[in-house]
Design a protein around this ligand. Sequence first.
Ligand SMILES: Nc1ncnc2c1ncn2[C@@H]1O[C@H](COP(=O)(O)OP(=O)(O)OP(=O)(O)O)[C@@H](O)[C@H]1O
Ligand SMILES: [Mg+2]
Length: 290
Amino acid sequence: MTSGQFDKLPGTAQPHGPSAGDPHRIVFANEKGGTGKSTTAMHVAIALVYQGAKVAVIDLDPRQRTLHRYLENRAETIKRRSIALPTATFEVFRGDSVEQLEAMALDVGTGHDFLLFDTPGRDDPFARHAATFADTLVTPLNDSFVDFDLIGQVDAETFKVRRLSFYAEMIWEARKKRAMTTIKQGRKEMDWVVVRNRTQHVEARNMRRIDQALGELSKRVGFRVTNGLSERVIYRELFPSGLTLLDKGHLGELGTSHLVARQEMRALVMGLNLPNPARVSADPVLEAAQ
Ligand SMILES: Nc1ncnc2c1ncn2[C@@H]1O[C@H](COP(=O)(O)OP(=O)(O)OP(=O)(O)O)[C@@H](O)[C@H]1O
Ligand SMILES: [Mg+2]
C-alpha cells in the first residue's frame, strides 16, 4: 500500500476528518469477513450506553448492515415488550463520497461521546477513510492463522512472522497520515487494538502460537492485543432480540448463567482504554456486569 492509494478515495475534495472536541471514534475494521466486527461492535456499544455514555453508530455495510439490524432488533424488542433499555443512535451509510460520510458523521455524532463505525469485511474506500480517522481502531481476530494471515504471514515450520500483509501496511499508512492530522487538528494518536474473538481454551497450543506471533507482530506494526469475547452460542442467539448479556432481567433463563461472559464484556471495554466522558459513572460496566 502506498500513501497514494488514500488519494483515490471517492469524492472530489480531500476528505476532512473530525476536529478536537468531536466524539471519540471507534472503528471496527478487518478486511476479512466474519471475524466478529459487528458482534464486538454491538457489545461495546451497549456496554458504553450502560455506562451512561451517549453512543452513535454508523454502519458502513449497506448490503449486510448487521450492526444496524442488531440495533433495529433491539428497538423492536423495546417497543414490543414495552421495556426501557439503554441503546445507541444508529444509521447506515449509503452515500458515495467521503464528504457525505463526514457530513453524516457530523449529523449523527453531534452530542454523542462515542461514534462507532462498523465496516464491511472487504476492502472498501469508506472503511479505509474511517480507519484513517479512528481514535481507536479495533481489529477483531479469531484465534486462527487464517485470520492472522490478514495482518502477517508466518513461516510454515517455525510460526515466526515472515512479512506484513497488505492490510497491516495499509493501516501503517493510515497511521502515518493520521499522525499529520494529529499535529494539525490537535487530535490524539490512533490506538490500534487487535481484539481476540471466539477464543476457546481447549485450543491451548494454537492459542500459544498465535500469542507468540501476535506479540512479535504487535511490536513491528504497533498495535496492542486485548482479549475479546470467547466462543459462546449466546452471542449468536441474542441477535434477533437485539439484546446483550448486559440486559439482565430481560434474558429469561439465559440471564442467570452468564456471569463470566458479562465479565469478559467488561474486560473487553476496559481493554480498549477509552476516554471517560464526564457523565459516565466510575466503574459502570462493572456495575452492569454484576
Ligand atoms: N464470540 C462469539 N461467539 C460465537 N459466535 C460468534 C462470536 N463472535 C461472532 N460470532 C458469530 O460469527 C459470525 C460472524 O460474526 P460477525 O458478523 O460479528 O463478523 P463480521 O466481522 O462483522 O462479519 P462481516 O465481515 O461479514 O461483516 C456470526 O454468525 C456471529 O454470530
Ligand atoms: Mg459485520
